[in-house]
Design a protein around this ligand. Structure first.
Ligand SMILES: Nc1ncnc2c1ncn2[C@@H]1O[C@H](COP(=O)(O)OP(=O)(O)OP(=O)(O)O)[C@@H](O)[C@H]1O
Ligand SMILES: [Mg+2]
Length: 170
């Protein structure tokens, strides 16, 4: 039976989003796959800035949407492969960049506009949908499938909930 885990949280600023991305990044391991879905300006890249920092200390300001290059690699002990599928017309465009060599292999793959290439993504992955609630507030809907990604998302859930709780108590 496929395992599922899901939860949602709110971010109240772009700094908050980077901070939470960092918490998730710290729990990711080689082979992790994260698909991000949300409108222009939803905060996908902002969240990935945090992931890059938490995963392998890539400075957040080095991370931008690879809209024209499709793939940007951030090297480290566990490399980050950052895809942006915005300009792709579908998953058939992925062959040219060797997508399969990057996803579920030695690094972490994060994909902006993952819904555009959903048929090329493994079932075993974390999918995150971002919704803008107001100018500075975003809601994140997170869902994992498969034992490994469920365990990662569950750890992220525990620490991101703890951080939010601590901030409320201040
Ligand atoms: N809570 C928040 N989380 C993330 N970004 C926020 C938040 N509040 C405001 N913002 C602003 O929203 C914008 C998010 O931009 P970002 O590039 O991360 O979006 P994106 O989803 O990657 O867009 P695109 O599809 O164009 O690549 C930034 O200008 C950021 O400052
Ligand atoms: Mg982006």
């Amino acid at each position: 039976m496929t395992q599922h885990f899901e939860f949602s949280f709110y971010s109240r600023s772009s700094d908050d989003t980077v901070k939470r991305g960092k918490l998730l990044g710290a729990h990711l391991t080689a082979g992790s796959v994260i698909g991000l879905v949300g409108d222009l300006g939803a905060g996908k890249t902002c969240f990935i800035k945090g992931i890059a920092e938490g995963l392998n200390n890539t400075p957040a300001d080095e991370v931008t949407s690879p809209t024209f290059t499709i793939l940007q690699e951030y090297p480290g002990p566990v490399p980050l492969y950052h895809f942006d599928a915005y300009r792709l017309s579908g998953s058939h465009d992925l062959e040219a960049i060797g997508f399969e060599d990057y996803v579920g292999t030695d690094g972490v793959a994060v994909i902006e506009w993952a819904d555009r290439i959903s048929d090329a993504l493994p079932d075993d992955a974390i999918m995150i949908r971002l919704e803008a609630i107001s100018e500075n507030e975003r809601q994140f809907f997170c869902r994992a499938r498969g034992t490994k990604h469920c365990a990662i998302l569950s750890l992220f859930h525990d620490c991101t909930t703890a951080v939010a709780g601590a901030e409320k108590a201040r």
